[in-house]
Ligand binder design. Structure first.
Ligand code: MD6
Ligand code: FE
Length: 215
């Protein structure tokens, strides 16, 4: 009896944070080992690197990508690129497990038919942060974004459509998935400086996978 209560994936651990945005608590936990096993070879081909913003600052978050397109930043601007500028090779392919998880999470959140072509991989060490921004380098804003948190917990700042709107603070734990689209797609958001700690699987870091339809 009790088992049936949460048999419907669309209800368990689903926390709406705004119209179009929902946290799926623990949604990625059944896949944690498979996800981590797939990340290792990706990073061997396209290692984490700290990108430079168009304004000349070195980002504290280290980044890599997989999929047909990867998000990059340099003094010329932010954009998606098919080749890793560090190797001039295509980004590693998106592992099937990543793709399936992103599709499933989007569908549960009400965005059926999500077909991501880009997965940004963010690595936060203690102290690393992401200042308030909008995700607007994608070609169209109809598709949602699916964001998977692994490792140390972080505080996600979730603001409004204007930079000056006040932000909510949302705690994201290992295995949580945020899906974000529709009327929430262009909301400002960021991540507070990561607190030191030790995660049993990932050690002193947080890894975030962000799936987008960029092209
Ligand atoms: C992060 N995430 O959680 C950074 N963007 O490390 C993002 O910037 C983000 O989680 C758009 C939608 C969901 C996100
Ligand atoms: Fe973002």
């Amino acid at each position: 009896m009790q088992a049936d209560l949460f048999a419907d994936e669309s209800k368990a651990g689903r926390w709406p944070i705004a119209p179009g945005a929902v946290v799926l608590h623990g949604f990625a936990l059944p896949e944690e080992n498979a996800l981590l096993a797939d990340i290792t070879p990706l990073l061997a081909a396209a290692p984490f690197r700290q990108l430079v913003t168009p304004g000349g600052y070195v980002m504290s978050v280290a980044m890599s990508n997989c999929g047909q397109l990867g998000w990059v930043s340099d003094l010329k601007g932010y954009r998606y690129a098919a080749l890793d500028p560090q190797t001039n090779q295509p980004w590693p392919a998106m592992p099937p497990i990543f793709l399936q998880l992103a599709r499933r999470a989007a569908a549960v959140a009400g965005f059926a038919g999500f077909e991501p072509d880009a997965c940004l991989i963010n690595c936060y060490q203690p102290g690393a942060r992401l200042s308030l921004h909008q995700d607007r380098n994608e070609r169209d804003f109809d598709a949602p974004i699916v964001s998977v948190s692994l490792g140390l917990p972080a505080t996600f700042l979730f603001g409004g459509l204007q930079r000056s709107d006040r932000s909510q603070r949302i705690s994201l734990q290992h295995g949580d998935v945020v899906v974000w689209g529709g009327p929430a797609r262009l909301r400002y958001h960021g991540v507070l400086a990561l607190k030191p700690g030790n995660h049993p699987l990932l050690g002193a870091q947080r890894i975030n996978l962000t799936f987008r339809k960029a092209g």
